[in-house]
Design a protein around this ligand. Structure first.
Ligand SMILES: Cc1cc2nc3c(=O)[nH]c(=O)nc-3n(C[C@H](O)[C@H](O)[C@H](O)COP(=O)(O)O)c2cc1C
Length: 370
């Protein structure tokens, strides 16, 4: 049907929606449901064409296979003769279910013999739509015409699913991602506990291997615990810095700065790797890969946490110290040995606006695009 014909269609008196008719017009295969006098249903795939007869939409279906030369031997034809009510469903399938769609047509079907009103129009519409019919001798065959059509339809976007580009304010997201920065000096203003809980909940939404969330978070709030943690980690760090050959004064200055950070931040969060729920492999290579996936995922969880804090006006500073002395952290905080401390996030309100580190330009980040 041309667009002109679509416009010529009568207003949807019997519930035939113009958009639904356009959908049907543009698809090539449908499924025709008929039933016999006793109600026994039958469904067959059909090709069809939309025709306009006396200003009303109708659907034409050719009969191009005739067992023993008799169209009436076909079940769909016998059913229609016994019971004219039929349904035709035309649908779109897509792996993105927001793009699913179908239109259901109901109507009264009849068998139209050659020479009867509508037969010639039906054949013309079918031949225009399907060139295959051009070489078939259909003039002497009856066609099925569905009239009094009404339509019902549904699309995946009816569920409220939107296209990705329309989901969120992209500018806001960019501002959030670019605004976050590491803060290493905090003032003493307390951070409301719900902000911390919300940030940890956001961490929980990070992607993870097999969806098993191989990380847990320890929150350290009490000053005594923070001091004990700072002291214990300082011992290890002092020994390590001295091992690196750093002078005593420099070592003590760095330790003091780190201790100050841990003591001033209202909360410390220790993201721990928790491998208990992950797959176990007989070979070390796959086992290592499994653990690497968990560590990658821990990084994603921490980023969610930092962005959530930043959105709430709270800053965080990522410290790697626990990674270098996990057993010390476990011991001083009395943690289960299945929890492997991987980092420490000191969080609070920034004492000053820190200098931002520059970032690589996009063309350095993308090393290949094929
Ligand atoms: C795994 C990891 C460990 C880090 N460890 C420390 C740390 O021990 N001390 C520190 O001051 N910053 C640490 N950072 C923060 C980085 O120095 C910081 O993210 C980087 O310089 C970029 O700056 P920005 O976070 O302000 O954008 C760490 C970051 C990551 C991802």
């Amino acid at each position: 049907m041309s667009s002109g014909e679509a416009q010529r269609l009568a207003a949807p008196e019997r519930g035939a929606d113009l958009d639904d008719l356009a959908f049907i017009r543009d698809r090539r295969v449908g499924h025709l449901a008929t039933a016999d006098a006793g109600g026994k249903p039958s469904v067959v795939p059909v090709v069809y064409a939309l025709v306009v007869l006396d200003g009303d939409p109708a659907i034409a279906i050719a009969i191009d296979e005739k067992p023993k030369g008799d169209a009436r031997a076909l079940r769909r034809v016998r059913n229609i003769l016994e019971r004219p009510e039929v349904a035709l469903v035309v649908d779109d399938y897509h792996e993105d279910w927001r793009s699913l769609a179908w239109v259901l047509v109901r109507g009264a079907a009849s068998l139209i013999e050659p020479g009867s009103p509508g037969h010639a129009e039906a054949l013309t519409a079918l031949r225009l739509k399907y060139p295959q019919y051009g070489v078939m001798r259909l003039e002497a065959s009856p066609v099925i015409l569905i009239r009094n059509v009404s339509t019902t339809s549904w699309t995946g976007s009816d569920t409220g699913g939107e296209k990705p580009a329309e989901r969120f304010g992209r500018e806001e997201l960019a501002a959030l991602v670019r605004g976050r920065r590491s803060v290493r000096a905090f003032d003493t203003q307390p951070v409301p506990r719900p902000i911390v809980e919300e940030a940890i909940a956001a961490a929980g939404w990070a992607p993870s291997p097999h969806g098993r969330q191989p990380w847990r978070f320890v929150v350290v709030e009490s000053p005594e615990r923070r001091n004990a943690l700072a002291d214990a980690m300082a011992e290890t760090w002092r020994a390590q810095l001295r091992l690196d050959g750093q002078g005593r004064q420099i070592v003590e200055a760095r330790l003091e700065k780190s201790r100050d950070r841990l003591q001033r931040a209202p909360f410390l969060i220790i993201p721990c790797l928790y491998l208990a729920g992950l797959d176990v492999y007989p070979d070390p290579d796959r086992q290592r890969a499994e653990e690497t996936m968990a560590i990658q995922s821990l990084g994603a969880a921490v980023q969610n946490l930092l962005l959530s804090l930043y959105a709430a006006g709270v800053d965080g500073g990522w410290m790697c110290a626990p990674l270098f002395c996990p057993d010390v952290v476990q011991a001083v905080l009395g943690l289960d040995t299945a929890l492997k401390p991987h980092a420490l996030i000191a969080l609070g309100y920034a004492a000053s606006d820190p200098v931002r580190r520059p970032r690589l330009p996009l063309d350095e980040l993308i090393v290949d695009w094929q």
